[in-house]
Write a protein that binds this ligand. Structure first.
Ligand SMILES: Nc1ncnc2c1ncn2[C@@H]1O[C@H](COP(=O)(O)OP(=O)(O)OP(=O)(O)O)[C@@H](O)[C@H]1O
Ligand SMILES: O[C@H]1[C@H](O)[C@@H](O)[C@H](O)[C@@H](O)[C@H]1O
Length: 331
């Protein structure tokens, strides 16, 4: 599968979109990350065992910052923009990700999740926590996005804050958009318990042919409908400690995991997606990009909250770059 195209906001619905993220440097590589930061409260056996910065945007920008420090230093700015919202109660403004990529302040409170962990997950693919949204910040509206072009966009909402019209605006602004399914299919009952709806029943479904990649966890995959969605864009299903699988129209691939001692699964999927996007930016094939995603996913589960990365960990770039054949993304 060849993924190549020019920036274009004239994509028609149903068009077989092909996308390119070039590996050449320069301002044309700027990214757009859309999704709010949140407060995560980790609960085990009825006891609060941790309170951390959360929100996919926090984990994603953490990986993107770690993976491209030279670019950031060269330009004097990080090579991506984060559009996130928080309330005045936000307590992590000075943490690295929000400090480098400040959120928009709202009158509503910061989105907050309680994550109730099971003592033992039955398998790598079993849900390991029950999530409850206890507070929700404002949605992110199309007008909140900068009015300029980006090389790529990551739609990484956690509480329904990326509205369909906001995703559509991202598609118009970005050459390639990668979406975390959790931004599209989460539903919340009266108590805030997180459930899922079928992607096909949402207003996001019609946008899929204009999206490059949708990433879903094994738990989310049945709601995404891999067989239908792979005909519209590439689908990546993450399988916890088993790594991940890529599905596209006409093929699929399994990508092996990295070993890890899991201490906190939160943010594994977010870190995976950011690692995957980074791999595409480095010009890797989608399967090698997924290997980089697995690497960051494994690093994320090895630490509580938003992880820090040892610079040596990034030596993987050299290895993967050596395997790179050319500067277009192939599977
Ligand atoms: N125990 C583990 N050992 C090694 N790698 C792991 C482990 N758990 C997760 N990963 C890596 O992280 C990726 C994402 O994990 P997972 O499938 O659990 O996502 P998720 O359920 O969306 O995570 P979360 O919602 O907690 O962010 C996996 O594809 C894998 O690469
Ligand atoms: O911080 C976490 C993280 O971003 C997860 O990916 C998401 O599933 C949770 O809702 C959020 O609380």
């Amino acid at each position: 599968m060849l993924l190549a195209a020019e920036p274009d906001d004239a994509h028609e619905e149903g068009e077989n979109q092909q996308l390119l993220i070039t590996t050449k440097g320069g301002p044309g590589l700027e990214g757009l990350v859309v999704g709010s930061y949140c407060h995560d409260v980790l609960i085990r056996g009825g006891r609060v065992v941790g309170e951390t910065l959360g929100g996919a945007a926090a984990f994603v920008s953490n990986v993107l910052d770690a993976a491209s420090p030279q670019d950031a230093a060269l330009n004097g700015t990080a090579p991506f923009v984060v559009v996130a919202k928080v309330g005045h109660d936000f307590v992590y403004a000075s943490a690295p990700a929000p400090a480098r990529h400040p959120p928009l302040l709202c009158a509503s409170p910061t989105t907050s999740f309680h994550a109730q962990f099971s003592e033992t997950a039955a398998s790598a693919h079993a849900p390991d926590r029950e999530l409850r949204r206890v507070r929700a910040c404002d949605p992110i509206y199309p007008a909140d996005l900068p009015d300029r072009r980006f090389a790529y966009g990551l739609a990484v909402g956690v509480a329904g804050e990326v509205l369909p019209e906001t995703l559509e605006r991202m598609i118009r602004l970005c050459r390639a958009v990668l979406v975390d399914a959790q931004a599209l299919i989460r539903a919340f009952d009266g108590d805030g318990a997180v459930g899922h709806v079928a992607l096909d029943d949402t207003p996001y479904a019609r946008l899929l042919p204009r999206v490059a990649f949708v990433k879903a966890s094994s738990e989310e995959a049945p709601y995404v409908g891999v067989e239908t969605t792979r005909q519209r864009c590439c689908v990546i299903v993450t399988e916890g400690r088993d790594g991940c699988r890529l599905y596209w129209d006409g093929g699929e691939a399994r990508v092996a995991p990295f070993p890890a001692v899991q201490v906190d699964p939160t943010g594994a999927g977010d870190s995976f997606l950011a690692g995957f996007a980074t791999g595409l930016l480095w010009g890797l094939s989608a399967t090698d990009a997924a290997l980089l995603g697995n690497f960051f996913g494994a690093a994320a589960v090895s630490q509580v909250g938003v992880p820090t990365f040892h610079p040596k960990m990034l030596q993987l770039k050299k290895y993967l770059k050596r395997r790179q054949q050319n500067d277009i993304v192939r599977v």
